[in-house]
Ligand binder design. Structure first.
Ligand SMILES: *[C@@H]1O[C@H](CO)[C@@H](O)[C@H](O)[C@H]1NC(C)=O
Ligand SMILES: *[C@@H]1O[C@H](CO)[C@@H](O)[C@H](O)[C@H]1NC(C)=O
Length: 336
């Protein structure tokens, strides 16, 4: 945060901020004091190539698609910087300077990694790609969603048995009892908002997080982007996958593989995709006023698969999401 301020200050020609600038440099020095070599490297990376687009993915299958594609050209002098167990890869994609990093799965890893990225490097915005489960029956394997909104759907009040229904956004377990609806000692859950902290604003309670409008509008041009239909030489999807734009996504520290819960999420919140990182990445970026776009390829139906059709298609989903992310980076160009 402090380092980030430091760079913003450099970009904002306001003399009144110079005092703040000076304090921030002192703190920044303290932050990286233990490793002088690293500090020099980071300064050089930022001076030579910044501002960068930060490209963030959560796990190895998603990173593998990028690594094996040859699309990312590593910087010849400083190809990476290792910080807090993450490797920040410095280079370019289609002549746009990019730092890509694999965060690790779920909200905490995603939040930590994006915060480091923003604090240490000169980043103009974040492109996040990965795979997702679909909660919307109109989405198929391999489709790529660029949502307009994402929400955390994993913070709950777990209600007392016999408590009254007080809140609209409740999941009542008894309604799912078999063979018929009934009462249930587990009672149910009430969905909660998140505390959102950001630069120069008081804390706000939020449920939906919205993409940066400027960055989101650029993504509208990707709606006709041609995706890949074939997993390999012998297996192709029955239909050509599509890019869907402007839907809703949900994030929780939960891998959803349950048809009833999938249906509930769609009905209650109209979410089309479920994943474990998007909202954390977006919220961390928004806290520092950095734009962010989310691109998720459908790899499974979140428990909605019937019979044997549940072949894991995560590599095609990751490939399609990556190709949309690369196209987006190219559209942004070096100067957006
Ligand atoms: C479900 O997905 C389709 C795209 O295939 C979209 O047109 C529709 O609006 C989505 N439903 C909701 C509730 O977002
Ligand atoms: C192609 O992909 C399908 C579906 O994942 C798989 O069952 C099949 O073994 C693959 N074929 C080859 C030649 O890799």
């Amino acid at each position: 945060m402090v380092l980030r301020l430091w760079w913003i200050n450099l970009k904002v020609p306001l003399i009144s901020l110079f005092i703040l600038l000076e304090c921030s440099i002192l703190t920044a020095t303290a932050l990286l004091r233990l490793n002088h070599t690293l500090r020099e490297v980071i300064d050089r990376v930022n001076e030579k190539g910044g501002p960068y687009i930060g490209l963030v993915m959560a796990y190895s299958a998603e990173a593998h698609e990028l690594q094996s594609s040859g699309i990312f050209i590593p910087n010849s002098i400083n190809p990476w910087v290792d910080l807090s167990g993450r490797r920040f890869n410095v280079g370019s994609i289609r002549e746009v300077n990019v730092i890509y990093v694999m965060s690790g799965q779920r909200r905490l890893n995603a939040g930590i990694t994006v915060q480091i990225l923003l604090d240490v490097f000169d980043i103009r915005g974040i492109v996040h790609y990965g795979t997702a489960g679909s909660a919307n029956d109109s989405l198929s394997f391999g489709d790529v969603s660029i949502p307009k909104y994402v929400a955390f759907t994993g913070s709950w009040n777990w209600k007392k048995f016999n408590s009254q229904k007080t809140h609209l956004d409740e999941l009542i377990f008894g309604e799912y009892d078999l063979p018929q609806k009934g009462g249930n000692l587990l009672r149910g859950l009430e969905f909660k908002t998140e505390e959102f902290y950001s630069v120069g604003e008081p804390m706000k309670q939020v449920f939906w997080l919205e993409m940066d409008p400027l960055w989101f509008n650029v993504a509208a041009r990707l709606q006709d982007f041609k995706l890949q239909q074939c997993v390999n030489a012998t297996y192709c999807l029955p239909e050509m996958p599509k890019v869907v734009y402007g839907l809703k996504g949900s994030t929780a520290d939960i891998f959803v593989d349950n048809a009833a819960y999938r249906k509930f999420l769609f009905k209650k919140f109209q979410v089309s995709t479920v994943d474990e990182e998007s909202a954390a990445i977006l919220m961390t970026a928004m806290s520092s006023n950095v734009p962010c776009i989310v691109i998720r390829g459908v790899s499974d139906l979140a428990g909605g698969e019937e019979g044997k059709s549940s072949t894991s298609l995560s590599s095609l989903a990751a490939k399609n999401a990556l190709s949309v992310a690369v196209q987006y980076i190219e559209l942004m160009g070096p100067h957006f």
